[in-house]
Every structure is written in C-alpha cells, then in structure tokens.
Design a protein around this ligand. Structure first.
Ligand code: ADP
Ligand code: MG
Ligand code: MG
Length: 248
C-alpha cells in the first residue's frame, strides 16, 4: 500500500529525514517510536504534503502511484488520512459542515454521489457513538474550545466518517486519560483493523499499543528506521529506554 524508499527531506535547508525506508501492506499496523526530534512528525507531514517540507531524495508510492505527484487533497481522496499531534481549530465552521464537505469532496473526486444531509448525520451519529463523543460536540466549531482528549476523539470521528484505506496517526494518544485512551484505541481498531486497511501509528508510549496491537514496531532515530521488531520491541523500549535498545 505504501512504499517509502531512501526518503530524504529537509526543513529550511536542514536535513531531517536521512534515508528512511519502510513498506506498509494492507492489513498491517505499524507503530513508529523514537526519541524526541527523531523526525517522526516530519515523516507524517511529508506524507501529507505539508508546505515547507522539502523532499530531496528517495520515493514514496501509495497504491503504486508516486505520492509526490499527488496534491494533498488527491492523497486524501485516494484514501490517505492524517491525524496530527496538534489538531487545528477552525473558528466559524462547525464540525458537521467541515466533515460533510470533506467527505463529499472526496466522494466527488472518486466519482461517487455526495451524501445528503440526512445520510451524513446518520453516519456522523454512528461514528460519534463509537468514539463516545457527544453529538453536541459535532455541532460546535471545529476543535474550538475542545479539551486535548476531545480533539483526539473528534479526530477519530473524522477518521471514521472518511473511512480511509491508510491512516497516519501522530501521537493520537498524547494528552489522553486512561479511559479516553481505551476509547480511542478501540476506535482505531473498529475503524482501521481490516484486511484492506493499514495504519502508521506514531507514539511515544507502549500503552496505546496494549489496545492497538502492532504487527511491526519500528524505531526512528536521527531520520532513519534503525530497528524493526514486533510488539515485544515496544515493551522492551518501555522497560529499557531508547539508548539501551538501540545500542543492543
Ligand atoms: P519528532 O516528531 O520525532 O519529535 P520532528 O519531526 O517534530 O520530530 O522534528 C525533527 C527535527 O526537525 C527536530 O530537530 C526539529 O527541531 C526539527 N524541526 C521540526 N519542525 C521544524 C521547523 N518548522 N523548522 C525547523 N526545524 C524543524
Ligand atoms: Mg516530538
Ligand atoms: Mg512529533
């Protein structure tokens, strides 16, 4: 589904990703862990096509197509979803408006009929219930005045509605209390744990991985994947720390 080969990227002329390679197949959940400043968020931004992140070498294909030939909205319409560490607030636009517009523009790009207001609300209610987010929150302006945990659950509702084939989730667990962590973890499983979908889960902590069990765990350090293992690797990191595990 996603094939990253020897990816190099820089911000303001400063190299951040330095030869990163990674392959994600349908049906797989990949956890990306690594020390602060390793380039994890940069990887997510590069995949999303955020301005200012310059790819200087290497390639990424998404379902066989050159990702860098696709505009960010084309990546989304092709089934890529990005969830960010710091979700944006959009004053003046309600969640419901925002999501219906996002979904229908993706459907249009795929040649599908738009959902009517009623159809959309039914879908939104179902996904909000899955993430235990009050429908009232969906009527409010996007993320404005939401707590950290509400933003993250809201983001998972967005993911449920857009129903992507591939999701990159950057620290979706940050700022969540124990109960919210469980709801978000179970939401990720319900939405994305399917044979035709895949997830790249960027996280600092093992605890989300107790709910969303990864097939692969990668350590990203200094802009490259330096070690790959299974769920045990995350447990070992939690117990021993990056320095010790990377030195081994
Ligand atoms: P991580 O998510 O693994 O903690 P990041 O990808 O956020 O790491 O950052 C990687 C490196 O890129 C860090 O050294 C960080 O300071 C630098 N960096 C990130 N964003 C910018 C930016 N907008 N301008 C300059 N340097 C940046
Ligand atoms: Mg960080
Ligand atoms: Mg980060």
């Amino acid at each position: 589904m996603l094939k990253i080969e020897n990816l190099h990227a820089e911000i303001d002329g400063k190299p951040i990703l330095k030869g990163l390679s990674l392959e994600v197949n349908a049906g797989e959940i990949h956890a990306i862990m690594g020390p602060n400043g390793a380039g994890k968020s940069t990887l997510a931004y590069v995949l999303g096509g955020r301005p200012g992140y310059e790819v200087t070498q290497g390639s990424v294909t998404f379902n066989g197509k050159d990702l860098f030939e696709m505009e960010p909205h084309e990546r989304a319409a092709a089934g890529m979803f990005l969830g960010f560490q710091y979700p944006v607030e959009i004053p003046g636009v309600s969640n419901v408006q925002f999501l219906r517009e996002a979904l229908n523009s993706q459907r249009k790009a795929r040649g599908e009929e738009p959902l009517s207001g009623g159809e959309f609300l039914k879908l939104a209610k179902e996904k909000a219930a899955l993430l235990k987010l009050d429908m009232e929150m969906l009527k409010r302006n996007v993320n404005v005045g939401f707590s950290g945990g509400e933003k993250k659950r809201n983001e998972m509702v967005q993911m449920g509605i857009l129903d992507p084939a591939f999701a990159v989730l950057d620290e979706t667990d940050s700022g969540l209390d124990i109960d919210a962590l469980k709801v978000v973890g179970e939401g990720i499983n319900a939405i994305m744990r399917k044979p035709d979908k895949a997830v790249m889960l960027i996280t600092h902590y093992q605890r989300l991985l107790d709910y969303v069990q990864p097939d692969f765990v990668h350590i990203l350090a200094a802009g490259r994947i330096v070690k790959t293992g299974d769920a045990e690797l995350a447990k070992q990191l939690e117990a021993e720390g990056y320095d010790e595990v990377m030195a081994a």
